[in-house]
Design a protein around this ligand. Structure first.
Ligand code: C5P
Length: 226
């Protein structure tokens, strides 16, 4: 079964808890840099006290010793999943994986789902960069370094699943139903097509956060992952 993770991209703890009060079936939530910077670890404790699994998405990218320290802190808090950037390199990812131990699932961000081939090419300063090739290369380096899996878009998920085998976590953001606004995401997919491509976890933000009835969008998407 594919897990559905609600991205808590809201301004405050109060907003996050009010939203979760309306979605009683939520099992996983993602806390990113905005909410974490504003509210701190007490929010994570509150989410745990509600029985939720926490995905701490701070996309660490620093020297190995610093990233390992951040991962250890997340492990002590009890988060279930956290992100590092694969572009931090093998030594950084190895140090992070050792600090995570077996209980914290560490996943590597490959290429942000807001990037197209052209934008990635401009970012790296190389002509003709193909996102799919970069994602597959970075995914292999992530699991070789000991990470539990990767974050990628649904467009690369089938290639990554083939490269990493059945056990790796493949976490897919950029999930939209037909007709949903894409916002700043470029590589989007429906829940059903992301699951079919091999996603183990779907991350959904705005389609749920901006809905008049968040629970019904959550249930509709959860139905597509069962
Ligand atoms: O609102 P939306 O559904 O686009 O939210 C997607 C979430 O997934 C955001 O919290 C974003 O930070 C996160 N994310 C992403 N692309 C990645 C990794 C994380 O969009 N590669």
């Amino acid at each position: 079964m594919t897990e559905l993770i609600i991205a808590l991209d809201v301004p405050s703890e109060l907003d996050a808890l009010r939203l979760l009060d309306r979605i009683p079936d939520a099992r996983w939530v993602k806390v990113g840099s905005v909410l974490m910077t504003r509210e701190g670890p007490s929010l994570l404790h509150e989410l745990h006290s509600r029985g939720l699994k926490v995905f701490l998405d701070l996309k660490w990218h620093d020297i190995p010793n610093t990233v390992a320290g951040a991962v250890s802190a997340a492990r002590e808090i009890g988060v279930a999943m956290a992100t590092v950037h694969t572009l931090g390199g093998p030594a950084m990812m190895q140090a992070a994986a050792e600090a995570a131990g077996p209980e914290l699932g560490l996943v590597g961000v490959t290429v942000l789902t807001s990037h197209s081939d052209t934008e990635l090419s401009a970012t790296l300063g190389r002509p003709s960069v193909v996102v799919l090739d970069e994602v597959a290369r970075l995914a292999r380096s992530a699991t070789a370094a000991g990470l539990r899996g990767v974050v990628c878009s649904a467009h690369e998920a089938a290639t990554v699943r083939q490269a990493l085998g059945p056990d790796a976590w493949i976490v897919v953001p950029g999930i939209r139903r037909a007709g949903d606004a894409t916002g700043d995401q470029v590589r989007v997919a429906t829940p059903a097509s992301a699951v079919a491509a091999g996603a183990s976890h779907l991350v959904v933000g705005r389609p749920i956060l901006s809905a008049a009835d968040p629970a019904s969008v959550f249930e509709e998407m959860a139905g597509a992952t069962a």
